[in-house]
Design a binder for this molecule. Structure first.
Ligand code: BGP
Length: 488
């Protein structure tokens, strides 16, 4: 068993989780810069201030975001730790980090461009050249080292000023600013970058950090997402006009959902649950909303603010491939409180789980890859997968991470079976967080994914030294043998 030569093997990161340097190189503030650290039991928050000086924090964890109080503006508070400010300082370690990744034989590297490094407020007419130079050297170095750049244009964030002045994606004007940002990226990097993702985890965005909306009710959310769909379609169309043969995806967080039992009610609930999630990627991959969108809007009381030409805009920019993050699977019962939510579900008694309670389900990856390939008849790309774990490093920064090796081995074997036995056209696989970075959902460093250990704790203390874990050489060999070593 061996994957074809052109299969892309690599790692994936996001700017605010690894870069740091939040006030360097002319970068403007981004919505994530106001997000505190947290943990599993203590959700991350956006810190805010009211005109009368009162301060507080609104829960910001991922999809489960609370609104900012009426009139509040985000602010930085003394005594709080904001992980994006320093992250793991990739801004100053980028060359060393890229060399370490290439040392594993990787031939692709997925990273995100921070919008506010290129347009500090989002409103400027001309880009910040220093920001473009930073990513220009990353792209050039990737190519020198034999790695295709895979660029996420917008990973769950936007320039602060767009959130504060326009309420982020609530406004149609944000689409214009996004398209201007894309145009600059395509102009500058279009000859060197083939693979683009317009957004990250489009079905998991919500609230202030990822949509820039102060409210997080359903109507605000679904309208913001409608604008993001339009923005993505415009970017795809523009990219195809400006570049030779680009390929566009958007990242879709795809947990497998299983019915909790074989009771028809549970199976039906699972279908309805999946529709909540397919709503997003169906629209973007096909260029039109699925028929069941009507039912979702009716049930949630959503009034999508359509404008003339929207249907055509969506139709003109469908995605070229479907890319996913796959970490786990969930179960859904008819009476589950989460049956009608987009994300989340219950655990599975047949599966083990990570320390963060994410079920470990390698076969689920094979299942979802087949399903997506059948549903869209487009290539698929696994752009995130991995295991957040507690690593114990010795004094040299070495970690015996056999649990990670085990997780990856089983998932990669299922991916190979999907390709080689089931006939799925999969472009590649980028493991999430190949170098330890800040967790998105909890803001911790303790939840580590990497092949490369970074000496830093939850509050940013540490030497930032990079060192190879046991999984580093193991994965290098998997990639070198194009997967054959997994079966030995
Ligand atoms: C995805 C995000 C990443 C990321 C990853 C792991 O949802 O695209 O940014 O961090 O999940 O999640 P976490 O960091 O919460 O463990």
């Amino acid at each position: 068993m061996q994957l074809p030569k052109e299969f892309l093997w690599g790692g994936a990161t996001a700017d605010f989780q690894c870069e740091g340097g939040f006030d360097e190189g002319g970068r403007g503030l981004s919505t994530h810069d106001f997000e505190t650290d947290g943990s599993q039991d203590n959700p991350r928050g956006i810190t805010w201030r009211l005109p009368d000086g009162m301060t507080g924090r609104a829960r910001s964890s991922f999809f489960f975001a609370d609104p900012l109080p009426e009139g509040a503006e985000p602010c930085l508070l003394p005594g709080e730790y904001y992980p994006s400010h320093k992250a793991v300082d990739h801004y100053h370690h980028w060359r060393e980090d890229l060399e370490l990744l290439a040392g594993m034989n990787m031939n692709v590297y997925r990273f995100s461009i921070c919008w506010s490094r290129i347009f500090p407020t989002g409103f400027e007419e001309a880009p910040n050249e220093e920001g473009l130079a930073f990513y220009g050297q990353i792209i050039d170095t990737c190519l020198e080292l034999g790695m295709e750049p895979l660029v996420t244009i917008c990973h769950d964030e936007l320039p602060l000023a767009l959130a504060e002045k326009l309420d982020g994606w609530s406004s149609r004007q944000t689409i214009e600013h996004f398209v201007r940002y894309c145009r600059v990226l395509f102009e500058r990097f279009g000859k060197k970058v083939t693979y683009w993702l317009t957004f990250n985890e489009i079905n998991a965005v919500r609230g202030y950090t990822s949509c820039g909306t102060h409210a997080s009710d359903n109507n605000t959310h679904y309208n913001a997402v409608h604008n993001m769909f339009l923005a993505s379609a415009r970017a795809v169309k523009l990219g195809h006009q400006m570049m030779e043969a680009p390929l566009f995806g958007t990242m879709y967080a795809f947990s497998a959902f299983y019915p909790a039992t074989c009771k028809p009610e549970d199976v039906f609930a699972q279908m309805q649950k999946r529709r909540q999630s397919f709503y997003y990627i169906d629209t973007m991959a096909r260029g039109h909303y699925p028929a069941f969108a009507q039912e979702i809007w009716r049930e949630k009381g959503i009034d999508v603010r359509w404008e003339e030409g929207d249907e055509q805009t969506l139709a003109e920019g469908p995605l070229d491939f479907v890319s996913i993050s796959y970490y786990r699977s969930n179960t859904i019962a008819a009476d589950s409180p989460r049956a009608k939510e987009v994300m989340g579900g219950e655990g599975n008694p047949h599966l083990p789980a990570t320390p963060w309670g994410w079920s470990i389900d390698p076969l689920g990856l094979r299942y979802v890859l087949n399903e997506l390939a059948d549903r869209y008849e487009k290539p698929v790309f696994v752009v995130e997968n991995g295991m957040g774990a507690i690593d114990e490093a010795d004094e040299n920064g070495y970690v015996e991470d056999d649990y990670r090796i085990e997780y990856l081995r089983e998932h990669l074997k299922c991916l190979m079976q999907a390709v080689l036995e089931d006939g799925v056209n999969c472009l590649g696989y980028t493991m999430w967080g190949p170098l330890d970075l800040v967790s998105l959902s909890t803001g911790e460093m303790a939840k580590r994914y990497g092949f490369i250990y970074v000496d830093m704790d939850d509050k940013g203390n540490g030497t930032l030294r990079r060192s190879k874990k046991k999984s580093y050489d193991w994965m290098a060999n998997v990639i070198r043998t194009r997967g054959a070593s997994l079966w030995e």
